[in-house]
Every structure is written in C-alpha cells, then in structure tokens.
Design a protein. Structure first.
Length: 331
C-alpha cells in the first residue's frame, strides 16, 4: 500500500530533541509539508545535537534551548502546539548501565515532566513518542510483533519502556492522545559520527569512509533490522495525524533481516573503502547483547498505511553522499 504524507499547513509542531538525528530530520520533513516547527533541545553531550542539522531550515524553525526535565520550560514549549514529537532522550545503552540515575532522570522523570506540561497546558495536542526496539530485549520468536513480551536487557531499554507506558497512561487516564513507535536501528543523514556509543551503523560509515578497520564483535552472525531515516520520519508523521494510533504502540521494521556481518560488508562496499576484523565481545557489550532481532511491521502497515520505502543499498548511497560532502560538520 503506497502512502503519501498529509499536508500540515499552519499546524504547530514541537520537536523535543529536535537538534538530534531523528528530530532534525523530522523538522526538515515537517517544514516541507507546511508545518510551523519549534525545536526544544537541551544540547547535552555526547548526544547527537548539532546546529548543522538544521542549517538549511534555520530561518523556518524556532529553537529554544530547553530541557525536558525543566517544568517551566516545558510549560512554555507545549502551549498552543497541535503535535508534539518527543525525541529527547539519553540514548546510549552503555551509558545507561554506567550512569543509570542520569538515564532515569532524563528518560523517566523528563518524560513525566513533559506529559504533565501537556496535561496542564496542551491537552489537545497529539504526542508521538520515539520508543525503541531496545524495550523488547531478546526475542522468543521471529519476526516479533506487538504481542511479543518485553524483556529489556539494559537500563535504557527498561526506562524507555516505562516512558512509553507513561505516554499510554496519559492517553487512557486523561484523554491526551499519544502513540509510541518502537524505532529500529536507524541510519542516515544527520546522525552524530563523533563516537561509537550509539548509532553504530553511522559510526561504521565514518570508519569506512576514512579507510579504517571496523571491529566486529564475535562472529557477526547475529541478525538485525535497519531502517533508513526518512522512512522512520514518515512513520512518525503518519502516526501523528491518525486517530487510529491513539493509545497504541507500533513496531517499525524493514522487512529485510540481515546478518550484522553482511551490514558491515554492505557499508564497506558502498563506501568503496575500509576493512573489517572479527574481535572478541567486550564484557560490557556482551552483557546487554540481545542476539538476533527482526520484527514484522504489519500492524503499522495495516492501520496507518506505512511501509519502508528505502532499500539498504539506496539508503547507504544517500547517506554516504551526504557525509562525503559534509564530513567537516560531523566529525
Ligand atoms: N537512532 C536510533 O537508531 C534510535 C532507535 C530507537 C529509538 N530512538 C529514539 O529516538 C529518539 C531520538 O534519538 P536520536 O537517534 O535522534 O538521538 P540524538 O542523540 O541524535 O538526539 C537526541 C537529542 O535529544 C537531546 N536531549 C537529550 N537529553 C535532553 C533533555 N533532557 N532535554 C532536551 N533535549 C535533550 C540531545 O541534545 C539530542 O539533540 C530518542 O528518544 C531515542 O531513544 C533512536
């Protein structure tokens, strides 16, 4: 089922974490379909905020440096909004294990501050939460669907799970329309490439473009599911404007289960440089590794009409062309 994005002319959209990878790409798409976009981002390192991400649209979006944990700032940010795309987060799996209290502060308390601001000041706004595959942990069957039990293997996954439930509770208890998309591994333009803490495929693209060696933990035989950024952004916009999505969560998938090793080979091939080497799993990564991961996206396809449009080859080609041109802004 082919879909096209709706026009959102004059609709007011707030993006928390809007200077980051997913939030800034969303800002580009929302501007293109006529929305009035505001960005609230706390600009916290080592997350992916980067003013270069909104370079082309900086005169068409408004930006406020604001933290989702700040009640006053969130009250001001949510007032008058039609849609709120909630992308702000502590995003590193590894850091959530070394500093679990920071993770709970941003990913649990911060989301509650935002939701309370909506309850008091913007109860007509529709909220789309950027959930994660990490909420599900190791799979018991594959492809997994929305009925699959959730057993996150790290604090990030556990707290993102709790925050998804907060959104759905505000929907059921207060009638504040909210939906969550459990986003897969996502790659593409405007992702941070300064370190390997998260966004691993983009980190590998940098290494390959620099002609460096990519270290693959174990034998690289675990499978994964990768989505190109524009497909993810489209899903968020479709979820925002649909009433069917209220109070629900959806899995995003690619339809293409691929071995980690084959993803690495595809990156090297598309870049035309780089190499790889198998190395033993570091203990901190092994402890939170989930094994094979692949989901079906049937529910969001059937209810909202979304499906991924970009193949891995095409997505890699576009991503690599972007970073070849703009690497000075990203590493
Ligand atoms: N990229 C992926 O593969 C992926 C996969 C699943 C889920 N997600 C989710 O998507 C969302 C966006 O992730 P991303 O990949 O764009 O990461 P990112 O690091 O590029 O963007 C996150 C942004 O949030 C901002 N931020 C962090 N804490 C904040 C706070 N307390 N208040 C306001 N802003 C804050 C950061 O400064 C950054 O700009 C996150 O919720 C993440 O959990 C991402």
């Amino acid at each position: 089922m082919a879909y096209s994005l709706p026009r959102l002319d004059g609709k007011r959209c707030l993006i928390t974490g809007g200077l980051g990878f997913i939030g800034s790409n969303l800002a580009h798409s929302l501007v293109a379909i006529g929305a009035e976009v505001s960005i609230a981002d706390a600009c916290i390192d080592p997350y992916g905020w980067n003013f270069a991400n909104i370079r082309e649209i900086k005169d068409r979006v408004s930006f406020t440096k604001a933290d989702i944990r700040d009640e006053k700032a969130m009250a001001a940010a949510v007032k008058g909004q039609d849609f709120i795309f909630n992308c702000a987060a502590q995003v590193s799996h590894i850091d959530s294990m070394t500093d679990p209290f920071l993770d709970v502060d941003i990913n649990c308390r911060g989301n509650l501050v935002l939701l309370e601001a909506c309850r008091r000041h913007a109860d007509k706004a529709k909220i789309v939460y950027a959930g994660t595959r990490g909420q599900m942990g190791s799979l018991h069957y594959s492809p997994a669907d929305e009925e699959h039990p959730d057993n996150p293997t790290d604090i990030y996954g556990a707290n993102k799970w709790a925050a998804e439930k907060y959104h759905l509770v505000y929907n059921s208890a207060y009638g504040i329309r909210a939906t969550s998309l459990r986003i897969n591994n996502t790659y593409g333009e405007r992702n941070q490439m300064r370190h390997a803490k998260y966004g691993i495929m983009n980190w590998f693209i940098r290494l390959a473009l620099e002609g460096k060696e990519i270290q693959v933990f174990g034998d690289g035989s675990q499978t994964r599911d990768y989505n190109y950024i524009t497909d993810v952004v489209d899903a968020m916009i479709l979820a925002a404007q649909s009433e069917k999505s209220n109070g629900k969560y959806y899995l995003l998938g690619s339809g293409n289960e691929i071995k980690f090793m084959d993803m690495v080979k595809s990156v090297i091939k598309a870049a035309g440089s780089g190499s790889y080497k198998l190395v033993p799993w570091p203990a901190d990564r092994k402890a939170i590794e989930i094994g094979n991961f692949f989901v079906t996206y049937e529910k969001i396809r059937d209810e909202l009409g979304w499906e991924p449009k970009t193949s891995l080859d095409e997505g890699l080609r576009k991503t690599i062309a972007f970073y070849r041109e703009r690497k000075k802004e990203y590493w």
